[in-house]
Design a protein. Structure first.
Length: 198
Protein backbone atom coordinates (compact mmCIF):
# COMPACT_ATOMS: atom_id res chain seq x y z
CA UNK A 1 0.00 0.00 0.00
CA UNK A 2 1.44 3.35 -1.08
CA UNK A 3 1.18 6.68 0.68
CA UNK A 4 1.14 9.86 -1.42
CA UNK A 5 1.41 13.54 -0.56
CA UNK A 6 -0.83 15.93 -2.51
CA UNK A 7 -1.00 19.70 -2.25
CA UNK A 8 -4.12 21.63 -3.30
CA UNK A 9 -4.78 23.32 -5.58
CA UNK A 10 -3.11 20.85 -7.90
CA UNK A 11 -0.24 22.06 -10.04
CA UNK A 12 0.17 18.71 -11.80
CA UNK A 13 -3.11 16.91 -12.45
CA UNK A 14 -1.17 13.90 -13.78
CA UNK A 15 -0.31 13.17 -10.15
CA UNK A 16 -3.83 11.83 -9.64
CA UNK A 17 -3.31 9.12 -12.26
CA UNK A 18 -0.66 7.59 -9.97
CA UNK A 19 -3.21 6.96 -7.22
CA UNK A 20 -4.74 3.50 -6.91
CA UNK A 21 -7.79 2.45 -4.93
CA UNK A 22 -6.62 1.50 -1.44
CA UNK A 23 -3.64 3.90 -1.36
CA UNK A 24 -3.34 6.46 1.41
CA UNK A 25 -3.17 10.18 0.61
CA UNK A 26 -2.06 13.04 2.83
CA UNK A 27 -3.75 16.26 1.69
CA UNK A 28 -2.20 19.67 2.36
CA UNK A 29 -3.08 23.14 1.15
CA UNK A 30 -6.48 24.68 0.42
CA UNK A 31 -9.65 22.58 0.45
CA UNK A 32 -13.27 23.70 0.66
CA UNK A 33 -15.80 22.39 3.18
CA UNK A 34 -19.16 22.02 1.45
CA UNK A 35 -22.22 19.83 1.96
CA UNK A 36 -25.43 19.38 -0.02
CA UNK A 37 -26.92 22.83 0.65
CA UNK A 38 -23.83 24.57 -0.75
CA UNK A 39 -23.65 22.11 -3.65
CA UNK A 40 -27.22 22.92 -4.58
CA UNK A 41 -26.51 26.66 -4.72
CA UNK A 42 -23.28 26.25 -6.67
CA UNK A 43 -24.96 23.85 -9.10
CA UNK A 44 -27.75 26.36 -9.77
CA UNK A 45 -25.26 29.20 -10.25
CA UNK A 46 -23.24 27.16 -12.77
CA UNK A 47 -26.39 26.26 -14.68
CA UNK A 48 -27.27 29.96 -14.90
CA UNK A 49 -23.74 30.93 -15.93
CA UNK A 50 -23.21 32.92 -12.74
CA UNK A 51 -19.94 33.37 -10.87
CA UNK A 52 -19.42 30.99 -7.95
CA UNK A 53 -17.57 31.88 -4.70
CA UNK A 54 -14.82 29.27 -5.00
CA UNK A 55 -12.29 27.87 -7.41
CA UNK A 56 -13.03 24.50 -9.00
CA UNK A 57 -10.10 24.01 -11.38
CA UNK A 58 -7.58 21.65 -9.77
CA UNK A 59 -9.32 21.96 -6.44
CA UNK A 60 -10.83 19.71 -3.75
CA UNK A 61 -13.99 19.63 -1.66
CA UNK A 62 -14.33 18.00 1.75
CA UNK A 63 -17.91 16.93 2.45
CA UNK A 64 -18.11 18.25 5.98
CA UNK A 65 -20.17 20.64 8.07
CA UNK A 66 -17.65 21.43 10.81
CA UNK A 67 -18.79 22.12 14.35
CA UNK A 68 -18.10 25.57 15.87
CA UNK A 69 -14.57 26.01 17.16
CA UNK A 70 -14.16 25.56 20.93
CA UNK A 71 -12.00 28.12 22.76
CA UNK A 72 -8.41 28.02 21.56
CA UNK A 73 -9.17 25.82 18.54
CA UNK A 74 -9.28 26.56 14.82
CA UNK A 75 -12.34 24.41 14.25
CA UNK A 76 -14.60 21.93 15.99
CA UNK A 77 -15.22 18.30 15.08
CA UNK A 78 -14.85 17.86 11.31
CA UNK A 79 -15.85 14.36 10.30
CA UNK A 80 -17.03 13.47 6.77
CA UNK A 81 -20.68 13.31 5.81
CA UNK A 82 -22.29 10.76 3.47
CA UNK A 83 -21.08 11.59 -0.02
CA UNK A 84 -24.15 10.27 -1.84
CA UNK A 85 -25.98 13.46 -0.87
CA UNK A 86 -23.75 15.34 -3.30
CA UNK A 87 -24.10 12.88 -6.19
CA UNK A 88 -26.80 14.82 -8.11
CA UNK A 89 -24.53 17.87 -8.31
CA UNK A 90 -21.05 16.34 -8.58
CA UNK A 91 -20.75 15.44 -12.29
CA UNK A 92 -21.16 19.10 -13.30
CA UNK A 93 -18.60 20.24 -10.72
CA UNK A 94 -16.13 17.65 -12.01
CA UNK A 95 -16.78 18.84 -15.56
CA UNK A 96 -15.92 22.37 -14.40
CA UNK A 97 -12.58 21.26 -12.94
CA UNK A 98 -13.10 19.71 -9.49
CA UNK A 99 -10.42 17.04 -9.03
CA UNK A 100 -10.63 15.72 -5.47
CA UNK A 101 -13.60 14.90 -3.27
CA UNK A 102 -13.33 13.72 0.34
CA UNK A 103 -16.20 12.07 2.18
CA UNK A 104 -17.54 8.68 3.19
CA UNK A 105 -19.60 6.02 1.44
CA UNK A 106 -19.90 4.90 -2.18
CA UNK A 107 -20.74 7.11 -5.20
CA UNK A 108 -23.23 6.50 -8.00
CA UNK A 109 -22.37 5.48 -11.55
CA UNK A 110 -22.79 8.98 -12.99
CA UNK A 111 -20.21 10.38 -10.57
CA UNK A 112 -17.75 7.57 -11.30
CA UNK A 113 -18.21 8.03 -15.05
CA UNK A 114 -17.44 11.76 -14.70
CA UNK A 115 -14.37 10.96 -12.61
CA UNK A 116 -13.04 8.61 -15.27
CA UNK A 117 -13.78 11.08 -18.06
CA UNK A 118 -12.09 14.05 -16.36
CA UNK A 119 -9.41 12.38 -14.20
CA UNK A 120 -10.83 13.05 -10.73
CA UNK A 121 -10.50 10.97 -7.56
CA UNK A 122 -12.72 10.28 -4.57
CA UNK A 123 -11.09 9.90 -1.17
CA UNK A 124 -12.56 8.51 2.02
CA UNK A 125 -11.90 10.03 5.44
CA UNK A 126 -12.51 7.93 8.58
CA UNK A 127 -16.11 8.26 9.75
CA UNK A 128 -16.70 8.87 13.46
CA UNK A 129 -13.30 10.54 13.84
CA UNK A 130 -14.22 14.22 13.55
CA UNK A 131 -12.21 15.34 16.56
CA UNK A 132 -9.17 13.44 15.29
CA UNK A 133 -9.45 14.94 11.79
CA UNK A 134 -9.87 18.50 13.09
CA UNK A 135 -6.24 18.58 14.24
CA UNK A 136 -5.14 18.55 10.58
CA UNK A 137 -7.13 21.72 9.83
CA UNK A 138 -4.91 24.73 10.46
CA UNK A 139 -7.19 27.54 9.28
CA UNK A 140 -10.90 27.86 8.50
CA UNK A 141 -12.86 30.83 7.13
CA UNK A 142 -16.48 31.13 5.99
CA UNK A 143 -16.35 32.62 2.49
CA UNK A 144 -19.97 32.31 1.28
CA UNK A 145 -23.54 31.45 2.27
CA UNK A 146 -23.27 32.30 5.98
CA UNK A 147 -27.04 31.96 6.25
CA UNK A 148 -26.53 28.20 6.04
CA UNK A 149 -24.89 28.19 9.47
CA UNK A 150 -22.67 25.12 9.96
CA UNK A 151 -23.25 24.22 6.31
CA UNK A 152 -21.81 27.49 4.96
CA UNK A 153 -19.00 27.34 2.41
CA UNK A 154 -15.72 27.23 4.34
CA UNK A 155 -12.22 27.67 2.95
CA UNK A 156 -9.80 25.55 4.96
CA UNK A 157 -6.04 25.14 5.10
CA UNK A 158 -5.06 21.58 5.94
CA UNK A 159 -1.78 19.84 6.65
CA UNK A 160 -1.34 16.12 5.94
CA UNK A 161 -5.07 15.34 6.23
CA UNK A 162 -5.18 11.50 6.06
CA UNK A 163 -7.46 9.94 3.45
CA UNK A 164 -7.93 6.65 1.62
CA UNK A 165 -8.29 6.44 -2.17
CA UNK A 166 -11.80 5.02 -2.40
CA UNK A 167 -12.27 5.44 -6.17
CA UNK A 168 -9.35 6.20 -8.48
CA UNK A 169 -9.28 7.86 -11.90
CA UNK A 170 -9.85 4.49 -13.60
CA UNK A 171 -12.97 3.77 -11.57
CA UNK A 172 -11.43 1.11 -9.33
CA UNK A 173 -13.50 1.16 -6.16
CA UNK A 174 -12.61 -0.15 -2.69
CA UNK A 175 -16.30 -0.40 -1.82
CA UNK A 176 -16.65 -3.01 -4.55
CA UNK A 177 -13.37 -4.81 -3.85
CA UNK A 178 -14.15 -5.64 -0.23
CA UNK A 179 -17.19 -6.67 1.72
CA UNK A 180 -18.21 -4.37 4.60
CA UNK A 181 -16.01 -6.14 7.14
CA UNK A 182 -13.06 -6.14 4.77
CA UNK A 183 -13.40 -2.42 4.01
CA UNK A 184 -13.50 -1.56 7.72
CA UNK A 185 -10.37 -3.63 8.31
CA UNK A 186 -8.59 -1.90 5.40
CA UNK A 187 -9.49 1.55 6.73
CA UNK A 188 -8.24 0.75 10.24
CA UNK A 189 -4.92 -0.43 8.80
CA UNK A 190 -4.57 2.75 6.73
CA UNK A 191 -5.26 5.18 9.58
CA UNK A 192 -2.73 3.33 11.76
CA UNK A 193 -0.06 3.22 9.04
CA UNK A 194 3.37 4.64 9.83
CA UNK A 195 4.74 4.22 6.31
CA UNK A 196 6.75 7.17 4.99
CA UNK A 197 4.93 9.08 2.26
CA UNK A 198 6.25 9.13 -1.30
Amino acid sequence: MKIHKITLPLEDECQLAELEAGDQVLISGTIYAARDAVHKRIFRALELGEKIPMELAGQGIYYVGPCPAPPGKVIGSAGPTTSGRMDPYTPLLIEKGLKIMVGKGDRNQMVVAAMKRHGAVYLAAPGGAGAYLSQYIKKAEIIAYPDLGPEALVKMEVEALPCLVAIDTRGHNVYHQYDKKGTEKLEVNVWNSETTAD
